[in-house]
Design a protein around this ligand. Structure first.
Ligand SMILES: Nc1nc2c(ncn2[C@@H]2O[C@H](COP(=O)(O)OP(=O)(O)OP(=O)(O)O)[C@@H](O)[C@H]2O)c(=O)[nH]1
Ligand SMILES: [Mg+2]
Length: 292
């Protein structure tokens, strides 16, 4: 729907309503249909509406690729991991910094190089701290050192996707009352190369010791959440801390919108400088509160 026409020019919403018009996909309606700004606004409007784009950063080995996958699968975000397309990285509007323990110098440097209003720090591989409370305690110390909240997550559990064989093996183990040994290596019983051994190796690789322990406890408790491979995978995903990131990400959406509006104004300023309906561009900028 077009905005009301006023004296041959279309009315412009005040202040940050430039972004409101962008959100409603009607930026181009703010100028005369014959204005050379129409294609500029159409392109800028499309860009304004692109999906939220996250870049996962951190030191090598911290679980960045796995976290990128977890954010895609659990939170349906558009995410790039390490070493992916540079142009894609340039388009990021939220950065997730993965820590693997208390922040080291490289983590501090990386953290301070990112836009402080759009960065989220997580303590990855939280399942490797023995129990979740220990991971929460480490994340809290990380937060004190970093001066920002740090959320414990197990990106591996967030990607849990057990197959029927793995579920059957876990059910058999639970029925036998077999717990996860404190030394993960002791879990690897069976002849090297045997099906049993391969399956156990697969379980360790896919959900690791804490995931196996949690899965066995859930099956033993007879909880409906552990009734099928799919249910159990879902329960592990829900215990990963990744779904809880939706809250802090949501809290940053207003800042993301603000920076997208800054970019939009930048396009208008360029158009004005290039003489493309300078009056129209300057009017939009002025009425959006940028030309002060
Ligand atoms: N226990 C556990 N292991 C994890 C977790 N996330 C990743 N890993 C393991 O850590 C290793 C590295 O994971 P990646 O996701 O490739 O990490 P990266 O930061 O991309 O590492 P590089 O590609 O080696 O630079 C793999 O063996 C993963 O299975 C987790 O949440 N828990
Ligand atoms: Mg990797």
């Amino acid at each position: 729907m077009g905005a009301p026409v006023n004296g041959g020019r279309r009315a412009v919403p005040a202040g940050s309503e430039l972004s409101l018009a962008a959100e409603q996909g009607r930026l181009a309606d703010l100028v005369d249909p014959a204005s050379p700004l129409v294609p500029v606004l159409t392109t800028a409007g499309r860009r304004f509406l692109r999906p939220l784009h996250v870049q996962v950063v951190g030191r090598p080995g911290t679980g960045r690729d796995t976290l990128a996958r977890a954010l895609r699968e659990r939170l349906s975000l558009s995410v790039i991991g390490p070493g992916e397309d540079a142009q894609d990285a340039a388009d990021a509007d939220l950065w997730v910094l993965v820590l693997a323990g208390l922040p080291r110098r490289a983590d501090h440097e990386l953290f301070s190089s990112l836009p402080s209003d759009r960065v989220l720090a997580v303590l990855g591989k939280a399942d490797t701290h023995g129990d979740w409370d220990s991971a929460v305690a480490v994340a809290s110390t990380c937060a004190t050192r970093l001066g920002a909240p740090v959320y414990p997550v197990s990106q591996l559990l967030a990607c849990a996707d057990l197959d029927a064989d793995e579920f059957a093996a876990l059910t058999t183990l639970a029925a036998a009352g077999a717990g996860m040994p404190s030394m993960a290596g002791r879990f690897l019983v069976g002849r090297p190369g045997s099906d049993e051994r391969r399956l156990r190796q697969g379980l360790l690789r896919r959900i690791d010791a804490y995931g196996i322990d949690t899965a066995l406890a859930l099956i033993e408790s007879g909880a409906p959440v552990a009734a099928t491979a799919k249910d159990l995978s879902r329960a592990l995903q829900n215990a990963s801390g990744v779904p809880e990131l939706a809250g802090p990400i949501g809290e940053r959406v207003a800042r993301i919108r603000y920076w997208r509006e800054v970019e939009l104004r930048g396009r208008l300023e360029e158009a004005a400088a290039a003489g493309l309906d300078r009056a129209g561009a300057e009017r939009l900028l002025a009425e959006a509160g940028a030309a002060t």
